[in-house]
Design a protein around this ligand. Structure first.
Ligand code: FCB
Length: 452
């Protein structure tokens, strides 16, 4: 039997996002977001699913805080819906929106849980999209104002702030592939958006610090080790470019190095970000949040097929290579997390790191009120062990958030993919803690992973 004991004070937690769990989209003055518009547009989400009701967390949050208390994890990451606070993105704040989050934060603190607040988890007020959305500097400015108002209200109780969640996903899935809101398919727009998101991160970090002297500020990036599909030079070059687009394009400017030159040259014909914005992006970072699910396997494809000349391997190709896949078709590669943590810590030396999301979707079955999700337990155990090895090697990893507390609205996949450690019956909206919930509760209580 081996025991992997994590450092004292390690912040275990779970994570959620507003649009994925709250529902109540028309209540208490909330304005529409781009995800309301996108999910209601025909053909955009699995079977036309929307976040209208989701897990009804907006009404059932006291039950969910009770679940968190039962879990016993010392931290919880959630996001604030910008359109609840500013229904039109700008103007006067909507008091009931602020009150909702204030109550939630108070209940968490009361339960002894440290809140980690994400300011942008993809639900842009539609009114701002109507004026150009993230491709306009005015949206970055509105984001800083929103950050300031929220911090003024909650900054005496919330210390940990995450400006953005996964800006790569917002830029590329939302504005190049068009499979996420706002559903735009235009490469120059996607690159411009990636830049404006980074600028808005810098402006928001400044605003948060101006409003609260105790704020601890970070950003969450979705990072992956990138593997070439073969040893062929064209596949290798495509993998190198993808590593640049996914990882270095965001890490380098945030850590004060400007954009990576190889990627910049490649993207310049579409959009070349101005150097004058770089100091704004490079605000000191108290911590880096990493969302890790799987490595990316990249192959070269003709430019007529994809302007960037690359594609990810399909699930079938991954399965043929012997990888186990989750219900998302993502390969299960725990060592990828260890390698990623070691690389980030070596190349960027962040003060602190948090895994702000990691977890897996599996086709869970509720049988007599129970869900025996052994595959999720195995996935998490292997990834916790990988994180532990990185900690032992000196990586300043301070906490780990499992995605997700609840089964929820998985964006374009609607409710068809279950990531929760708590099962949600979408008919009755009842919650059923899965086997992984009890398993995780024991890990948290011991602050250790026991194997063997
Ligand atoms: C991440 C998102 C999160 C969730 C997981 C599965 O990209 O940040 O909201 O959808 O994937």
């Amino acid at each position: 039997m081996s025991v992997a004991r994590f450092p004292h004070g390690f912040l275990w937690g779970t994570a959620t996002a507003a649009y994925q769990i709250e529902g109540a989209v028309g209540e208490d003055g909330r304005g529409p977001s781009i995800w309301d518009a996108f999910s209601h547009a025909p053909g955009k989400t699995y079977q036309g699913h929307t976040g209208d009701v989701a897990c009804d967390h907006y009404h059932r949050w006291p039950d969910d805080v009770r679940l968190l208390r039962e879990l016993g994890a010392p931290a919880y990451r959630f996001s604030i819906a910008w359109p609840r606070v500013f229904p039109e993105g700008t103007g006067a704040p909507n008091e009931p929106g602020l009150t909702f989050y204030e109550r939630l934060v108070d209940a968490l603190l009361e339960a002894g849980i440290t809140p980690f607040v994400t300011l942008y988890h993809w639900d842009l007020p539609q009114a701002l999209q109507d004026r150009g959305g993230w491709s306009e500097r005015s949206t970055a400015e509105a984001f800083a104002r929103y950050a300031e108002v929220v911090t003024r209200r909650l900054g005496d109780r919330v210390r940990y702030w995450i400006t953005h969640n996964e800006p790569w996903v917002v830029a590329y899935l939302g504005h190049y592939l068009g499979v996420h809101a706002p559903g735009i398919q235009d490469l120059p727009t996607a690159i411009r958006v990636s830049h404006e998101l980074l600028v808005s991160h810098g402006l928001a970090a400044q605003a948060i610090r101006a409003a609260s002297s105790q704020a601890v500020v970070g950003i969450t990036l979705n990072l992956s080790p990138v593997e070439s599909a073969s040893d062929q030079p064209d596949d290798r070059a495509a993998a190198q470019l993808f590593d640049g687009l996914l990882n270095r394009w965001f890490l380098d400017p945030v850590f004060g190095r400007g954009y990576p030159l190889d990627v910049r040259e490649r993207l310049a014909p579409y959009f070349d970000p101005p150097d004058t914005d770089l100091p704004t992006i490079a605000q000191p970072l108290d911590f880096l949040g990493i969302n890790y699910y799987a490595p990316a396997f990249i192959r070269a494809v003709p430019q007529e097929q994809n302007l960037l000349g690359l594609a990810q391997l399909e699930p079938k190709a991954l399965a043929d290579r012997g990888y186990q896949l989750t219900d998302m078709g993502w390969p299960v590669v725990p060592e990828g997390l260890e390698h990623l943590l070691l690389r980030i810590s070596r190349e960027y030396a962040p003060r602190e790191l948090f895994i702000t999301e990691n977890g897996a979707a599996y086709p869970d079955q509720l049988v007599a009120g129970r869900v025996q999700d052994d595959q999720r337990i195995a996935y998490l155990a292997a990834h916790f062990a990988a994180a532990y090895r990185a900690v032992r090697a000196g990586v300043p990893l301070k906490g780990y958030f499992v995605w997700s507390l609840l089964d929820n609205f998985e964006w374009a996949h609607g409710y068809s993919k279950r990531f929760g450690i708590v099962y949600v019956d979408y008919e009755s909206l009842s919650r059923f803690p899965k086997a992984s919930f009890s398993w995780y509760r024991d890990i948290v209580a011991r602050n250790a992973l026991v194997e063997g």
